[in-house]
Design a protein around this ligand. Structure first.
Ligand code: PEP
Length: 252
């Protein structure tokens, strides 16, 4: 069986509870016809998770969080645990997004702890990796990805990672309007799958969903999805508008 595509929206710090509930309600109607063929996930901000989950209760699309903390509970002001995410209706959690690495000092070590916390709670982690423009110019793309993958996934067995999703998001393409060419994206996705095969086995690598992220829009999704190793997309800006997100989900 092939890999089931995943179209995921990251709403970042946009949309309050009312706006998120309204947009999620529209999306659930607009994407209803594709849910038998693909998975769709939306990651609203923390405060909107529970109301959105309640709103789309009858729709088989998924809710994700944009971050998680690795401890189960305790005196960690401002942090959110795996159990809290589950009780708010989450199935997925985005981990290591480049904005968290850039603005909130996320490291491969914290990413690793967060993946463990997510897996222990049966949440599906979406591990974000990607190189900066400077790293690409200095031909460091593959070594950067190597580090992010090896350190982020250190200590896990193939069985632990059977549901893990990787999102390749070149930092220079996020929110910039620049998209990697389909060949650039395919080359990196293929590299990632090979690397996963080498360190965790080809069975896991063959089944792992690897998403592309970085200025994905309705007009470039089809050519990206036509690539052998691209199994879906993580979408920021274009996921905020239900119509444009739905067009992306109808990529075929
Ligand atoms: C993202 O935030 O993960 C992202 C890919 O953003 P955008 O689609 O806006 O580039």
């Amino acid at each position: 069986m092939g890999r089931r595509p995943l179209i995921a929206g990251n709403w970042k710090m946009y949309k309050n509870c009312q706006e998120a509930v309204e947009a999620a309600g529209e999306i659930s109607m607009l994407v209803a016809d594709v849910l038998s063929d693909i998975d769709v996930m939306i990651a609203p901000t923390f405060t909107a998770l529970a109301p959105v989950a309640e709103k789309i209760e009858d729709s088989p699309f998924f809710i994700g969080a944009q971050d998680i903390f690795w401890e189960k509970e305790g005196a960690y002001t401002g942090q959110i645990s795996a159990d809290m995410l589950i009780s708010a209706g989450c199935k997925y959690v985005i981990i290591g997004h480049s904005e968290r690495r850039q603005f909130f000092h996320e490291t491969d070590d914290t990413v690793n702890k967060k993946i463990k916390a997510a897996l222990d709670a049966d949440l599906v982690p979406v591990l974000c990796i990607g190189e900066t423009e400077q790293e690409r110019e200095n031909e460091k793309t593959f070594s950067v990805l190597d580090n992010q993958i090896k350190k982020g996934l250190e200590g896990f067995s193939p069985e632990d990672l059977k549901n893990l999703v990787i999102a390749y998001e070149p930092v220079w393409a996020i929110g910039t309007g620049k998209t990697a060419t389909t060949d650039q994206a395919q080359e990196v996705h293929n590299y990632i799958r090979d690397l996963i095969g080498k360190i965790l086995g080809t069975d896991l690598a063959d089944d792992m969903r690897i998403l592309y992220g970085g200025s994905v829009k309705p007009d470039n999704i089809s050519e990206l999805m036509a690539m052998t190793d691209i199994d879906g997309a993580l979408i920021g800006g274009a996921s905020l508008d239900p119509e444009s997100f739905s067009k992306i989900a109808h990529f075929t």
